[in-house]
Ligand binder design. Structure first.
Ligand code: ZN
Length: 304
């Protein structure tokens, strides 16, 4: 039986899972990245996590999901916002010197989408569109089992399509991006405006479940913006399944219902009733599954 390792490196935690070719998760581990201590610490945590799996078994290939804009072909990271000190970094060369197992690298949202396509809410979809909602918005498009990378490796960066050119400023320097209007920051700002109080997204969710009107209205406003972004993407890309994942998707049906109300009417008439809108299923380990699948596919010579 061939074994594959999927690794998902974020700014806070590094997750890894040992999987079979059929996608059975045999073992998983989860350690802090300690990114705030700098690049060397984060990298040595990454390599020791990999070694903890590879030292006593034969791993065929490794897939790495990294929270960074990157060049997936050359494994070069471009200024990951949550991995301080990395700047522009050649991760592929760094790992080649330290790991003897073949590996592939991709962006975390792409791996998340691929994981959901392989073993999650998007199983069997011809075209799967996935957004991950958290502090920011990540995105991935999977077409016939392949990640859509675009010409420069940045395909699927759905967080920066413009929802409202006069909207709030975004981290990227533009205004009214999907990320600035559909992420947890927007939810918290809405709640503060409506209630005069500060609260975390989890707290706002709990309040909404208790019937708190400011919390419910915050979710309605957020859901409407998400619907605008998602429907625009669906009109352009015509997926059969659209998956909502990331930390905010823990609000489950409350969030999904707030999106659904506005989503369908915004679709082109030919798409109404045809795009299946679903919550992610694999959640925290979607990226690990996607990265492992990438490793499996790389051996078969498919575009990774
Ligand atoms: Zn932006």
């Amino acid at each position: 039986m061939r074994l594959f390792l999927g690794v998902d490196m974020g700014g806070t935690r590094i997750k890894a899972g040992l999987l079979t070719e059929d996608g059975e998760l045999l073992e998983k581990k989860n350690i802090p990245t300690k990114a705030e201590r700098g690049k060397e610490t984060a990298l040595s945590n990454l390599t020791s996590l990999i070694e903890s799996f590879s030292s006593n078994r034969n791993i065929t290939a490794i897939g790495l999901s990294i929270a960074s804009p990157l060049d997936p072909w050359n494994g070069i990271l471009y200024n990951p916002p949550n991995l301080p000190g990395f700047d522009v970094f050649d991760l592929k060369s760094y790992l080649k010197d330290r790991i003897s197992i073949p590996f592939v690298i991709d962006n975390d949202a792409n791996c998340y989408a691929l994981g959901e396509w392989w073993k999650g809410a998007g199983r069997g979809a011809r075209v799967l569109l996935c957004i991950t909602l958290g502090t920011g918005i990540g995105g991935g498009l999977v077409v016939n089992g392949n990640i859509w990378h675009g010409a420069h490796g940045l395909g699927g960066e759905f967080g920066h399509i413009t929802i409202n050119i006069d909207g709030p400023s975004c981290n990227c320097g533009n205004r009214g991006c999907f990320e600035a209007m559909g992420s947890s920051k927007y939810l918290m700002e809405c709640y503060k405006k409506l209630s005069g109080k500060e609260a975390t997204p989890d707290k706002i969710y709990k309040l909404a479940l208790e019937g708190n009107e400011a919390a419910l209205e915050s979710f309605r406003l957020l859901g409407r913006n998400i619907a605008v972004g998602l429907a625009s993407l669906c009109n352009a890309l015509d997926p059969d399944v659209a998956v909502i994942g990331g930390g905010l998707s823990n609000a489950g049906m409350l969030l999904l219902d707030c999106v659904k109300v506005h989503f369908e009417p915004l679709l082109l008439s030919g798409l109404r009733g045809k795009v299946k809108l679903r919550l992610a299923e694999l959640k925290d380990y979607a990226g690990v599954y996607g990265a492992a699948y990438l490793a499996i596919k790389s051996l078969k010579g498919g575009e990774a």
